[in-house]
Design a protein around this ligand. Structure first.
Ligand code: ZN
Length: 270
C-alpha cells in the first residue's frame, strides 16, 4: 500500500512538472519600453520591436539611464535574438541605437525594411561582421513574407503608413508566433479596410494585438479593428505622456478588457 502511495505521488509530481513546465514554456512576457517599443520573451528567446530609438519630439521615451542600458543590452534588456522595426520614424527607430544593441548582443540580428537596414548599414560603415546580421525584408503594400528565426515565426506585412505625407515610408506590420501565442504589431499603419483586407488577419486567431491608441477612440474604428483583426485582447500603445491619463481612461471605458501601455517598463504576461 505504501508502495502504491509513493508511486502515485511520483506520478502526480511528474504530471505537475509536465503541466506547469509546459505552461511556463508557453507564457509570454511583454516588457513595454516606450511609445510602440516592446521586448517580448518566451522560453529562452526574445525579440525587440520598435524599442531602439532616442528622444524624439513629444513622444514617450525611456529615462536616460534605462535607455543606455537598453542600447548596451544590459539587464533587463539583454538577450534579444531578433530586432524588428516597423518603420524609420524617430519615435520608433534610431540607426545608432540599433547598431549599439547589435554590437552589444552576441548573435542578435535586425530583420526589417530596406529603409531601416540601409540606415543601420550606413552607421556600421565597414564592420563586415555586423553588416552580415542585417536582413532586408520589404514586402510591398498588400504583400507579406513569412520567416522563421529559431522558434519565432514572423510574417512581415506590407501595411501603408497613415497620412499621405508619410507615403514614402516603408511601414511593416508583424504577425508574430512565439511561445504558443499569436501577436500583432502594426507600427503606424493606416487603419482602413483597404490596408488590412489583403491579410485576412481575422482568420489568424490573434491573441494580442498591439495597436496605436487612436485605432480605439471611435466606435467606427473599433468596429474596423473587430472586423479586420479580431484579436482576443488589445493593448493600446503610442500614448503621449501628456495625454496618457485621458486616453487610457477613454479606452478603458470603451474596452474594459484592453491594456493601456503608458508606463515605461510596464510588464504584461500573456
Ligand atoms: Zn509613430
Amino acid at each position: 500500500m505504501r508502495h502504491y502511495f509513493h508511486s502515485a505521488l511520483i506520478l502526480a509530481y511528474a504530471a505537475g512538472q509536465l503541466l506547469f513546465g509546459f505552461q511556463a514554456d508557453r507564457s509570454l512576457q511583454v516588457l513595454h519600453l516606450a511609445n510602440e517599443g516592446l521586448l517580448i520573451r518566451s522560453g529562452g528567446q526574445a525579440l525587440l520591436i520598435d524599442g531602439l530609438f532616442r528622444p524624439y519630439r513629444v513622444y514617450a521615451h525611456l529615462p536616460p539611464d534605462q535607455s543606455r542600458a537598453l542600447e548596451a543590452a544590459q539587464s533587463p534588456f539583454e538577450g534579444a535574438d531578433l530586432i524588428l522595426v516597423s518603420h524609420i520614424h524617430g519615435d520608433h527607430f534610431h540607426p545608432q541605437s540599433v547598431s549599439n544593441y547589435l554590437s552589444s548582443q552576441d548573435g542578435a540580428i535586425l530583420a526589417s525594411s530596406e529603409q531601416a537596414t540601409a540606415a543601420v548599414r550606413s552607421v556600421l560603415r565597414r564592420d563586415e561582421a555586423l553588416r552580415k546580421r542585417l536582413i532586408d525584408i520589404t514586402p510591398a503594400v498588400g504583400k507579406k513574407e513569412k520567416r522563421k528565426f529559431g522558434k519565432i515565426e514572423v510574417t512581415f506585412l506590407g501595411l501603408r503608413h497613415g497620412a499621405e505625407r508619410h507615403s514614402w515610408v516603408q511601414n511593416l506590420g508583424h504577425l508574430i508566433r512565439m511561445g504558443g501565442k499569436t501577436l500583432l504589431h502594426v507600427g503606424d499603419a493606416e487603419l482602413s479596410s483597404a490596408n488590412f483586407r489583403p491579410f485576412k488577419l481575422s482568420k489568424e486567431k490573434i491573441d494580442v494585438a498591439f495597436l496605436p491608441y487612436w485605432y480605439l477612440l471611435s466606435e467606427e474604428d473599433r468596429q474596423l479593428v473587430g472586423e479586420q483583426i479580431a484579436p482576443r485582447r488589445i493593448a493600446a500603445m503610442h500614448v503621449l505622456p501628456s495625454e496618457a491619463e485621458e486616453v487610457c481612461k477613454k479606452i478603458g471605458q470603451a474596452l474594459p478588457d484592453a491594456i493601456c501601455l503608458k508606463e515605461p517598463l510596464q510588464v504584461e504576461r500573456f
